[in-house]
Design a protein around this ligand. Structure first.
Ligand SMILES: [Fe+2]
Length: 148
């Protein structure tokens, strides 16, 4: 992978992570305490994901830059809208998005692992933790759906 390709991929993932942050940042809007607490922590995890990606990009000597600045990133990039009128609907949508995120990370990590550049292996290990946490969030959302 060339530098511009790698940086573009990382900026795309960074943009999606900003979209994820947008899904949880209004955690106070939810009725149930369990959901408020969990979404607050998920928001913190998404901030960690963003910071990790920013660090990788900056350590490659590039500037983190979003493909879409502000607004409804998830809506624009994935064509999905979040309707918070039903908790079940929210949980289903978020679960789908986290599943997609895990899949996207899996593809990205595999691509990095297959790359001949040594540094790609290091970056793969770095972003693999984001991949795992997308999976954990997906599983929590699926489990929570059993109660709704
Ligand atoms: Fe994330």
């Amino acid at each position: 992978m060339t530098d511009p390709e790698l940086i573009r991929e990382l900026n795309k993932v960074l943009t999606l992570e900003h979209g994820h942050l947008g899904m949880y940042k209004d955690f106070l809007d939810y009725q149930e305490k369990d959901i408020r607490r969990t979404f607050r922590r998920f928001m913190e995890i998404e901030i960690e994901h963003i910071n990790k990606l920013k660090n990788v990009i900056m350590n490659l000597g590039a500037k983190p830059s979003l493909l879409i600045e502000g607004g409804d990133i998830v809506g624009q990039m994935l064509g999905i809208s979040l309707n918070i009128s039903s908790t079940r609907g929210v949980l289903e949508t978020l679960s789908f998005i986290e599943k997609k995120s895990h899949q996207g990370y899996t593809d990205f990590v595999t691509k990095l692992e297959q790359d001949s550049e040594k540094r790609s292996q290091f970056i793969a290990e770095f972003v693999a933790s984001n991949m795992l946490e997308a999976k954990l969030m997906h599983l929590w959302l699926e489990d929570e759906l059993k109660n709704h």
